[in-house]
Design a protein around this ligand. Structure first.
Ligand code: BG6
Length: 507
């Protein structure tokens, strides 16, 4: 039995706020993120009529492009979408500009300020500015300083700066970076972006928990036995070895995306639905979180690295054979770890977190497994009854499932697990926006709710400090274990759960 909960209100559900006139300045305009995510997201907002006509995009990078060069490159990147809506493109492209700029050259930032003044006059953007740092992380601090030195962050109501991940590479560097950016701008002007928070299903964790009465009473250690958070990818390192080699899965996915999901899953209800109240609760729960074994972290963590795999028809190279990767690399492409949250709600409940590249499926989900029924009155079809589970499907196939036991048909009284499923697609019939669409809109609106505050980002780094230090100082204690591409990671990751009498969910 698969019951589908269908929402009868299929249309007219969007509640969109109006983005004020402004110019968004993208540093790193010749880079990958700009043409793959940022410009498509801005164009989507334009198509949804959410951008005002008093709007401009100023691309900045070192290359000596002209406005026309920038427009034609963005046009190429958006070719498929433009084909279905050429008029929208004409109108959008008229607001695209380019200025060669170098964040390490103060004179070029002063020139940039003058260019922005002229765009203000041309497009009536009224001095409102969002600066998006899509540049190498080594420029986050100096770039923010350069903007401040040119006076471009002085107006705390009309200017803001968006900083991509990774925000720091460990606890100490995140603290230092926070000090630098906070000396240049107020906290409410700083938008540390984590694109997972832009995903509809990640935000839905809050709505599911706090807009219903059926979940919250059981959302605690009395009813929940363990929580699994998974982000599995089928892709490998792609063309990003330069960055990934010094990052690895722990810094690339766990410290940010998975830890944000953990925070939303485990936080206390906020007193109000506003940025400060929500971020207070997230910071609090992250401060209460710890590795299951901080003094011997190798006992609660597994690192892996994909080796060759696939078939003879479509072979997959191992990580060490990927372009730009050191043939002796010890960078992890897989991490599984176990955490506890030392507070009243979660004391003693293990949270297992795992992510990996080149796994068999692309899938992100949160699985809350409930405690077993205290007495087993019925025979279960497969032996023991399956514990109840709530599965929050973050992507793809966004939605949620509840797994529970029902009577198997027939004359006996045997129980069998079934799933009740909610699907975003079936209930709402329209695809969710890409995370960047939501997050860019929020940044331009000056709404920081879905951005990471300084204390959250520091708490998230501090949480993994024992592991990062171990990898740095005694890597042999936590070696990367090979796993074949398109398998579910190293066998040791299974043992991590088997030691607790559990298994990973195999979706
Ligand atoms: C990025 C990581 O932040 O997230 C990538 O740097 C990863 O390595 C990506 O592939 C995954 O994002 P998504 O939205 O595809 O799950």
């Amino acid at each position: 039995m698969d019951a589908v909960l269908t929402n009868p209100l299929r249309v007219g559900l969007r509640q969109e706020r109006v983005i004020p006139p402004q110019c968004i300045v993208i540093f790193g305009a010749s880079g990958d993120l700009t043409h793959r995510k940022l410009i498509p997201a801005l164009f989507e907002l334009h198509r949804q009529r959410r951008l005002p006509s008093e709007f401009g995009v100023l691309g900045c990078a070192r290359r000596p492009w002209s406005d026309a060069d920038f427009r034609s490159r963005m046009e190429e990147a958006l070719a498929d979408t433009i084909a279905s809506d050429p008029q929208a493109w004409e109108c959008f492209a008229a607001g695209l500009f380019y200025e060669p700029a170098d964040l390490s050259d103060p004179a070029s930032i002063v020139r940039l300020g003058q260019r922005l003044d002229s765009i203000d006059r041309l497009r009536a953007t009224r001095g409102n500015r969002t600066f998006y740092l899509s540049v190498s992380p080594t420029f986050y601090g100096s770039g923010t300083r350069a903007l401040a030195a040119a006076g471009l962050l002085a107006d705390s109501e009309r200017s803001r700066v968006v900083i991509e991940k990774p925000f720091g590479t460990d606890y100490a560097s995140a603290q230092t970076l926070n000090k630098v950016v906070q000396s240049c701008a107020k906290e409410n002007q700083i938008f540390r972006i984590d694109h997972y928070l832009g995903k509809e299903t990640v935000q839905n964790i809050l709505v599911l928990r706090f807009a219903n009465t059926i979940f919250e009473p059981v959302w605690n250690r009395n009813y929940i036995a363990n929580v699994q958070i998974t982000a599995a990818e089928t892709v490998g390192v792609e063309e990003r070895a330069g960055y990934y080699e010094s990052s690895g899965a722990l810094r690339d996915m766990v410290q940010n995306h998975l830890t944000q999901i953990l925070a939303l899953t485990a936080m206390e209800p906020p007193g109000r639905f506003d940025a400060e109240a929500i971020r207070n609760e997230k910071a609090k729960v992250l401060q209460a979180a710890r590795l299951a074994n901080e003094s011997e972290p190798w006992k609660c963590c597994v690192r892996g690295q994909y080796g060759a795999g696939g078939s003879s028809v479509s072979p997959i190279p191992g990580y060490r054979q990927e372009p730009g990767v050191d043939p002796n690399s010890t960078t992890e492409t897989y991490v599984a770890t176990k955490l506890f949250i030392d507070n009243w709600r979660w004391q003693g409940v293990p949270f297992y977190v795992r992510t990996g590249k080149r796994l068999p499926k692309r899938l992100s989900e949160v699985v809350l497994t409930f405690r077993e029924a205290p007495v087993h009155l019925f025979d279960a079809a497969g032996g023991a009854p399956t514990p109840n589970q709530l599965i929050l499907r973050i992507q793809p196939d966004e939605g949620a499932n509840i797994r529970f036991e029902v009577k198997a048909p027939g004359s006996g009284m045997r129980s069998r697990p079934v799933d009740m499923a909610f699907s975003y697609d079936e209930s709402f019939g329209e695809p969710s926006d890409e995370g960047y669409v939501r997050l860019l809109a929020d940044a331009m609106l000056g709404d920081p709710t879905l951005f990471t505050r300084s204390d959250e980002v520091e708490a998230a780094w501090r949480l993994y400090t024992p592991l990062l230090e171990l990898i740095e100082d005694a890597p042999w204690q936590l070696p990367v274990q090979p796993y074949e591409a398109r398998t579910w990671g190293p066998a040791a990751a299974d043992s991590l759960l088997a030691d607790d009498g559990l298994v990973w969910r195999r979706p």
